[in-house]
Design a binder for this molecule. Structure first.
Ligand code: NAP
Length: 284
């Protein structure tokens, strides 16, 4: 790495942030394209001061992670319509002294699913109603044309609220479901794509899974946003029933690739980024 007076700086801000794989991924990409950029991690408690610092130091871009994705919105000069609907910003770009906020998690979700299956015309069931679920739901409903779209969760009120919001903005009516296997069974017979946005399957829930194995079949594509472990119990169960599976690595790489493109104007080297992430996770 050749840092000099012209080096542009990007960073991830979060609390905590030490575990982030973004520095490894973005620096591998900068290095591959021989760009004079560097990417670091900042442990940030005070978002306002961090964004003032971004302007003061002319940082080129920020990735924003938990718990700051909502608060950063207050300080943006402009926010993309999709990020506005999602209600969270995970990417900040500084251009001519102005802060532009966007959300690339939805884009990452679409790209990850579509490594296996086009969403248009398909029936999709999504589990969860949290932050990642909002990004996925608005991207699926607003940027694609699923035939049917269901949101399932343990909290009926949250499910109903998100389904209503997404119906308002999207192209189709979105329905809510419980996580009861009995209720899901008949829907799953006609479902093509299942998306898990809950943390069930990652530490400390590695041995848990929200869905019984018999619900899956070879007609399903099952996408789990979790990337560590690379194969959650949900994906293991789906695989045993001959479903096609996708873990959270492609989503992570694609959301980062979109950031890379915004900050550098270059196409991101996806293979290099994926390799860097897998190596950091101890996979080859
Ligand atoms: P979050 O905002 O906390 O949302 C978590 C969701 O999971 C909520 O809807 C929550 O329901 C539900 N949930 C939690 N425990 C549950 C249980 N025992 N049974 C049923 N539902 C349960 O978290 P997030 O930021 O959306 O992140 C969710 C997951 O996505 C994490 O594993 C994260 O690592 C992953 N993720 C991956 C990527 C990627 O690039 N691959 C990007 C973003 C996030 P309640 O609302 O009822 O509590």
């Amino acid at each position: 790495m050749n840092i000099n007076g012209k080096t542009k700086v990007c960073a991830v801000i979060g609390d905590p942030v030490e575990h982030s794989l973004s520095p490894v991924m973005h620096n591998a990409a900068f290095h591959e394209l021989e760009l004079n950029y560097v990417y670091v991690a900042f442990h940030v408690k005070n978002v306002k001061m961090a964004l003032e610092g971004m302007i003061g130091f002319s940082l080129r871009g920020l990735s924003v992670t938990i718990p700051h994705k909502i608060e950063v919105m207050e300080y943006m000069d402009e926010i993309t319509p999709l990020a506005e609907k999602i209600g969270a910003v995970n990417t900040v770009t500084l251009d001519n002294g102005k802060l532009y906020g966007t959300n690339t998690d939805g884009y990452g979700t679409l790209q990850a699913i579509e490594t296996e299956e086009r969403i248009d015309g398909k029936t999709v069931v999504m589990l969860g109603t949290g932050g990642a679920a909002r990004a996925a739901a608005f991207a699926i409903a607003c940027e694609r044309k699923p035939e049917r779209f269901f949101i399932a969760g343990r909290n009926e009120q949250k499910v109903r609220k998100l389904a209503q919001e997404v119906t308002q903005h999207g192209k189709k009516m979105v329905s809510g479901l419980s996580l009861e296997p009995k209720e899901l069974k008949s829907i799953f017979r006609e479902t093509d794509i299942i998306v898990n946005t809950t943390p069930i399957g990652m530490h400390p829930h590695e041995d848990e899974c929200l869905l019984p194995e018999e619900l899956f079949s070879e007609r399903h594509v099952v996408f789990d946003m979790i990337y560590n472990p690379a194969e959650t119990l949900l994906l293991k169960r789906a695989k045993r029933r001959f479903a096609r599976t996708i873990n959270g690595i492609p989503m992570f790489v694609h959301q980062g690739a979109k950031q890379f493109q915004l900050w550098t104007g270059e196409q991101a080297p996806l293979t290099v980024m994926q390799k860097a992430v897998k190596e950091a996770l101890g996979q080859r």
